[in-house]
Ligand binder design. Structure first.
Ligand code: PLP
Length: 487
């Protein structure tokens, strides 16, 4: 009912557009993949279906590779829904899923994709992936409950966190999700909670293979000094496995897990980590007779954020991840566990564009600042990880002016893009910041009392859907209370 209303609003707004403006509803694309086709049998999408392209054919400033949307559409959506605005290409998300799934199942048929929900928890985005066949990987009780509400069977959900509260442990045990155990201390707590509840806890161990993933330090998780996982070198991984066997049947060890980091662009770190993991799988089979249901080798596949950048393909990722397991077939007496992977970024990052309006342009003695109506409260990656996102001036091409894209948060560090050669920009222009579908809205905040941005979903042959309304002043006050004596 709600969705239909949103459609009506979108159509109404389209009707109100000035003459010559692009309609909101994109024309159908016959080659668009069916959203419900099963992942394993779906063809690999060589070229991603451009959602919403058909509205306005090629024109100056058309966005290219990794940029699905026509400028006229972007302008219309910015007018209709306001800015800052997250725009997602739903068909691209489905195609990304199929490409990754096909790459893995071609080499290792017993692969299961667990979408790392933290990348983007918008219910509409998650539903696209669930319908494609994804399971879920969650990192908090909130995500666990959302995943169940979205329809993921709890027994397929993997709950990873280095710091689980008693409430989180209880919930995971009660609903039957798999607890990805991060420490020996946590293992003991889980066993105690399981005994109290009177249920068995299904667990895996998060292991730290001490591999440098050659990515930003803040997203390198499987290095020796990170807070994540149990280690091989200090014997804690082996001790934990032995202890889990002692704690059976209260605790049932069903898998092993590692996730070495995010935005990884070369196969070697994956291969090294996978080898470490498989060596351990073989060792506990030989020494302890442990047979696992799955080995989860995490997410982490990077995407090209720069123009012309080549990064590792899903095929290369699949080969790096599955190679060591396949090579261990004999040592595991032909009984290979399932291979689980948990991509986030690779599924949703390049499907998202952030639209932001230019408020003003200022030239100082050193630099020219383009002040926009988004900031690190809208897109945190640049300030948090020095992340690079391509920026386009919608409807304009070329370059000629080196500028800084300055956010509207009252902090010096709030620069969304630095030293960019862009066409001349003036107040009122619309900028598109690319590849923001992962860790974009998910990290947004109301800092500086700016309400959260809206999100829309574009799919070929369908009206545009508003999938999150813009925040309001009431949202800023949500849940607060002023004691009577302070009113
Ligand atoms: N799994 C775990 C445990 C994570 O922490 C993350 C994110 O860092 C992911 C999966 C997803 O990583 P990515 O988005 O790089 O695929």
């Amino acid at each position: 009912m709600k969705l239909r209303f949103v459609h009506l609003v979108a159509l109404l707004l389209a009707a109100l557009l000035p003459a010559g403006a692009a309609p909101v509803e994109p024309a159908p694309t016959p080659s668009a993949p069916a959203a419900s086709a099963p992942a394993a049998s779906a063809p690999v999408a060589a070229a991603v279906t451009p959602a919403a392209t058909p509205v306005t054919p090629a024109e100056p400033g058309s966005l290219t590779a990794g940029e699905s949307f026509a400028p006229a559409d972007l302008l219309a959506w910015a007018r209709n829904f306001g800015t800052p605005l997250y725009v997602y290409d739903g068909d691209r998300i489905a195609a990304n899923y199929r490409r990754v799934a096909a790459a893995f199942t071609a080499l290792y048929p017993a692969t299961r994709l667990h979408y790392a929900m933290k990348a983007n928890t918008n219910p509409a985005i998650v539903q696209i992936l669930r319908r494609e066949g994804a399971s879920a990987e969650v990192v908090s009780d909130g995500e666990l409950q959302l995943a169940m509400r979205f329809g993921f069977p709890p027994r397929e959900i993997l709950f990873t966190s280095n710091s689980k509260s008693p409430l989180e442990i209880d919930r995971a045990i009660t609903v039957g999700a798999i607890l990805n155990v991060d420490s020996e201390d946590e293992l003991e707590q889980i066993a105690q909670r399981a005994a109290t509840i009177g249920a068995a806890a299904r667990i895996s161990f998060r292991l730290n293979p001490a591999v440098d993933p050659h990515t930003h330090a803040k997203i390198a998780t499987g290095v020796i000094d990170s807070k994540f996982g149990l280690h091989f070198v200090d014997g804690s991984a082996m001790r934990a496995v032995k202890r889990a066997l002692e704690l059976a049947p209260r605790v049932r060890l069903v898998g092993l897990h590692s996730h070495i980091g995010s935005q990884i662009t070369e196969p070697e770190p994956f291969q090294l980590a996978a080898q470490e993991m498989v060596d351990f799988v073989v060792r506990i089979r030989r020494e302890l007779g442990v047979k696992l249901e799955f080995v989860d080798l995490g997410g982490g596949l990077g995407i090209p954020y720069h123009d012309g950048e080549e990064t590792m393909s899903a095929d290369a990722w699949a080969a790096a991840q599955s190679g060591p397991l396949l090579a261990a077939r004999e040592e595991l007496e032909g009984e290979l566990p399932q291979l689980w992977i948990e991509p986030g970024r690779a599924l949703v990052a390049d499907a998202g564009v952030l639209l932001t309006r230019v408020n003003s342009v200022k030239t100082t003695p050193i630099k020219t600042f383009v002040n926009v109506d988004a900031g690190f409260n809208t897109l945190m990656r640049p300030i948090l990880y020095e992340a690079y996102h391509r920026v386009r001036v919608v409807g304009k091409t070329g370059g000629g002016k080196v500028v800084e894209i300055a956010g509207n948060v009252c902090e010096t560090g709030d620069l969304l893009a630095q030293t960019r050669d862009l066409p001349p920009i003036q107040a009122g222009d619309l900028l598109a910041i690319l590849d923001v579908g992962a860790y974009g809205f998910a990290m947004a905040s109301e800092y500086n009392s700016r309400p959260l941005p809206a999100e829309i979903l574009v799919r070929a042959g369908r009206p545009v859907d508003l999938i999150r309304r813009r925040g309001t002043l009431d949202d800023l006050l949500r849940g607060t209370n002023v004691p009577l004596d302070l009113r």
